[in-house]
Design a protein around this ligand. Sequence first.
Ligand SMILES: NC(=O)c1ccc[n+]([C@@H]2O[C@H](COP(=O)([O-])OP(=O)(O)OC[C@H]3O[C@@H](n4cnc5c(N)ncnc54)[C@H](OP(=O)(O)O)[C@@H]3O)[C@@H](O)[C@H]2O)c1
Length: 330
Amino acid sequence: MPVRIALIGTGSVGKGVLEVLSRKNTGIILTGVADSRSGLMDPGGIPVSSLLDRKKKTGLCGERSISALKVVTEGEYDILVEASPTDAVTGEPATGYIRAALSRGSHVVTSNKGPVALHYRELSNLARENGVSFRFEATVAGAIPILHTLLDSLGGNEIHALYGVLNGTCNYILTRMAEEGLSYRQALDEARALGYAEADPTYDVKGIDAAVKLVILANTVWKKEITLDTIDITGIDLLTEEAIRLAEEQDATIRLIGEIVPAENLYRLSPRIIPKHHPLVVQGSLNAIIVRTDLAGDLIFAGKGAGSLETASAIIGDILSIRERYAGGN
Ligand SMILES: NC(=O)c1ccc[n+]([C@@H]2O[C@H](COP(=O)([O-])OP(=O)(O)OC[C@H]3O[C@@H](n4cnc5c(N)ncnc54)[C@H](OP(=O)(O)O)[C@@H]3O)[C@@H](O)[C@H]2O)c1
């Protein structure tokens, strides 16, 4: 049974989704698409390869007269796939798109952390009231299916604690500082040159990006209602080469670790000295997560926390699981 999607955002993540649709026979049909300046709707299906060509040549995915909001409110689709930029302060414009889609009875899949971190309770209630799904696997740890695992596969467990390396840019910088003795500045410049860090890396290196992921985990897995202010945040921007060198002398290293221990009311993100053989000591831009459970014991996950196809993997998984769940109806 084919499923129709409208895609908002054709940047790195959106293009990854389109590439998967063009490469694989997923049964997913694109009936709407929009970027910051244009949009396109076709209930019969939009050919993906010519769309990718047009975006590459003109910078636009559709017509200037069609806005993203028009695609969301007027398009014919079953699932809105929302992949516009994250605004961790307002959550907009993505939250508005998501609200509009859920209110008209369409499912939503998003990679956008803002709406989930700021408005999870409201949006999940709205989805329930309208008999649809709101899924956001791609918002935490990219390709690692951590939310699905915690919410579904480990449903019979009590999750006592979660520890994780949740920001690939910071992990890359820390890896390079330890491996090559680079200064923080040199490692950051290298991360920028390789495209791991943004021109303005504040959001990553001050720990905001990883802390937002902790908020999402706490509010969805443990049903808390915390905000960014609840998290005790220390980034890596003030870390010295000396600190890394001292850790190395003890056969240890430094990683930016997010911690959630709900029974202790502990929500913290900080650089921690950990032994080199510890499972959270992953290299380069990888992410890693340990969860401590009552039945399954300790579980370890590692993999790509970002990237075009890696993030698309999480999005496509959400789309297909919605199709599976609602097969035969809706
Ligand atoms: N990149 C990753 O590996 C990754 C991983 C996990 C989660 N995410 C999240 O996924 C989302 C997309 O990330 P990305 O890396 O693909 O970002 P990106 O490369 O900056 O692309 C953003 C896309 O959104 C479009 N856009 C901008 N403002 C818009 C608006 N007001 N309405 C509709 N569309 C708008 C842009 O349009 P133009 O093309 O016209 O500029 C562009 O196509 C972000 O929320 C990000 O935090 C990214």
